[in-house]
Design a protein around this ligand. Structure first.
Ligand code: GAR
Length: 189
């Protein structure tokens, strides 16, 4: 099977990155993790790139041309799929036009509910009964774009932010690989 070369964008712990690396070792999983990009030099996730000898690039998003630098590297590594995994920057319409239907993001809520930051805090404050995670195509709007996979669970009375995060991320580790398979099946490329 010819695997699609994929770049994972991170800003933090990288547990989704680690999960996608593990999945990509399976012969029938359709992507290989070929590049990691981080906008945060102290992102914990960088260790997973190092450990697995995957090239990684640090991007300074304070410079105006950072998207060009990203693009150059994506071309250099022949990347055809991008997975945002805890990457906390919004990519421009111009940048995204280079990767139509090829950029996915994961968000810890049942979108379109609770876009943006402090998701778990707001879910608890709003006394939601159910929550979960969403993998969606990325457009230039915050946590916007067509939903590919959504997984949910019922919130227990004693769930605090920490427990919600734990339960949500467990679902994320199933949702992201499923969404990648689904996307590649539908776009047939
Ligand atoms: C994930 O839970 C993801 O849903 C969230 O960041 C976490 C990254 O964790 N993304 C967003 O909030 C995007 N709006 P990780 O670094 O351990 O994979």
């Amino acid at each position: 099977m010819v695997k699609k070369k994929t770049c994972i964008f991170i800003s933090g712990n990288g547990s989704n990155l680690n999960n996608l690396i593990k999945n990509s070792r399976d012969y029938v999983f359709p992507i290989s993790v070929s590049l990691v990009i981080s906008d945060n030099p102290s992102a914990g996730g960088i260790k997973f790139a190092r450990k697995n000898s995957i090239p990684f690039i640090l991007i300074n998003t304070k410079t105006r041309s950072y998207e060009n630098k990203i693009l150059q590297n994506l071309r250099k590594y022949k990347i055809s799929i991008i997975c945002l995994a805890g990457f906390m920057k919004i990519l421009s319409k111009k940048f995204l036009s280079n990767f139509r239907y090829k950029v996915l993001n994961i968000h810890p809520s049942l979108l379109p509910k609770f876009k943006g930051l402090n998701t778990y805090y707001r879910i608890i404050k709003n006394k939601e009964k159910k929550t979960g995670c969403t993998v969606h195509l990325v457009n230039e709007k915050l946590d916007g774009g067509k939903i590919i996979v959504q997984k949910s669970f019922f919130i227990s009375e004693n769930d605090d932010e920490k427990k919600l995060k734990f339960k949500t991320q467990r679902l994320e580790y199933a949702a992201y690989p499923e969404a990648i398979i689904k996307l590649l099946r539908y776009t047939n490329s």
